[in-house]
Design a protein around this ligand. Structure first.
Ligand code: FAD
Length: 407
């Protein structure tokens, strides 16, 4: 014993403070404008690229932090700055992780740099899994990938929806069905290189929140990609499919590898939610200390002060759940109680609640666009939806705890 500590190391503190500086000085002042414009904030992404914050190097450094806290710390600070701009900056990282996790070394080396571009010509990437009829129900995916052996090419057909950076990305990572008999075990991921004929952007969505982040449909109409674009390679896919078919024949329930990946990635979304919640809480605390009614600051009333006490307590609890799950992921600890899902569930619900309370504490001002909390509240609504809704997190947790096929 004696080793336990929640104290961050000096390097972690300095990275946190560096990101915080960018979030406070560059993201916050730009947040309202890009929210109104509902466009990708390319100049802000470029600023981030200039200082090395938008880069593979930075993302990889945080990803490989041995404590597991590199990504959650970075996410919390960026999303404290602004959620819409934050997602525009980290959306590429989410696609890059798909390649880092499943790609060969050659694929990682070829495609990830193209996802980011360079300082003078920044690019973004998109991860396209969801479809109109396959949101929570990933097994209903219809986009197909068919191998054309003669040409060593894969042919992709289908419509993806809700893709962050979809259609504007330089590189798209697309999940498609290669064996419909195997449900979600018959899926594989493909790189779609820049300017591939047959890939186009469908509808761009006008959204409730995170409006600085581009979300759109991606249409794949006979898009052909080289055999080398199958993540992990054909040999590995064939082995994986053969194993899955074998188990399906034997009636064995196949452990879903994707679920383990989600457990490891969900805390990152929890950390984004903590960032938004903390931002709204800070505005509310400051307002409550300075706004005077009945001849005293409104925080002088327990009705207001206790709300702030609860807000802060829940934010800290959410962060601890996020840190625990992130540490478990990096230490290879099994998520025996779906701790990754727990962290995402609690942090995202906390962000929704805390941002709503912040509006209440600011009264009429909270309801206007003169103050940032209404934007933060609109932004917070996404956390309980993407990367698995709150209901799906509860399903995963309950199934893991009980071992029952709860529906
Ligand atoms: C802004 C934004 C960005 C996104 N970015 C991406 C991206 O980059 N890439 C990508 O692939 N996807 C992305 N998504 C998609 C996102 O992951 C899905 O929206 C999400 O998984 C939910 O799917 P759905 O919208 O089809 O809702 P549905 O699955 O139709 O769910 C509707 C409601 O039913 C509930 N429900 C469904 N099934 C159950 C059940 N079994 N038990 C209890 N309740 C249930 C859900 O919880 C929800 O409340 C994004 C979405 C948004 C809004």
């Amino acid at each position: 014993m004696g080793d336990f500590s929640l104290e961050l190391g000096d390097d972690q503190k300095s990275v946190r403070d560096w990101i915080h500086g960018f979030a406070a000085d560059v993201m916050r002042p730009a947040a309202a404008e890009w929210d109104e414009r509902e466009e990708t904030p390319w100049p802000v992404i470029q600023e981030a690229a200039k200082i090395g914050l938008y880069s593979l190097d930075f993302y990889a450094q945080q990803y490989f932090d041995p404590t597991g806290l590199g990504i959650p710390i970075a996410m919390e600070e960026l999303f404290w700055g602004d959620a819409g701009i934050g997602l525009s900056i980290v959306g590429t990282g989410l696609a890059a992780v798909g390649v880092l996790a499943n790609g060969t070394e050659e694929q990682i080396g070829t495609w990830i740099p193209q996802m980011y571009g360079d300082v003078n010509d920044v690019k973004v990437a998109a991860f396209c899994s969801s479809e109109p009829d396959a949101g929570s129900d990933v097994g209903s995916m219809r986009t197909t990938a068919v191998y054309d052996e003669a040409k060593d090419e894969w042919v992709l057909n289908g419509t993806k929806t809700w893709a962050t950076n979809g259609g504007i990305a330089n590189v798209h990572v697309v999940v498609a069905v290669v064996d419909p008999e195997l449900g979600s075990k018959g899926h594989a991921s493909f790189i779609v290189p820049p300017n591939t004929p047959g890939l186009s952007q469908g509808q761009k969505f006008k959204k409730h929140g995170i409006r600085a982040s581009h979300t759109a449909e991606v249409v794949l109409d006979g898009a052909r990609v080289p055999g080398s674009c199958l993540l992990g390679g054909k040999e590995k896919l064939d082995e994986r499919l053969a194993r899955a078919r074998e188990r399906a024949r034997g009636g064995e329930r196949v452990k879903n590898a994707a679920m383990a990946t989600f457990e490891a990635s969900r805390p990152a979304v929890g950390a984004m939610a903590v960032g938004t919640a903390r931002a709204a809480y800070e505005v509310a605390l400051d307002y409550a200390m300075t706004r005077t009614q009945f001849g005293r600051p409104i925080i002088d009333n327990q009705g207001v002060a206790f709300q702030l006490a609860d807000m802060r307590t829940q934010i800290d609890a959410a962060r601890l759940l996020v840190w625990r799950a992130s540490w478990m992921a990096v230490s290879g600890k099994p998520f025996t109680s779906a701790e990754g899902s727990m962290s995402k569930l609690y942090a995202s619900e906390t962000a929704k609640k805390v941002t709503a309370q912040a509006i209440q504490i600011l009264g009429g001002n909270g309801f206007t666009r003169e103050y940032p909390v209404e934007r933060m509240h609109r932004d917070a609504a996404i956390y309980t939806i993407f990367e698995g809704t709150s209901e799906i997190q509860r399903l995963v947790i309950a199934r893991t705890l009980s071992g029952m096929p709860i529906r």
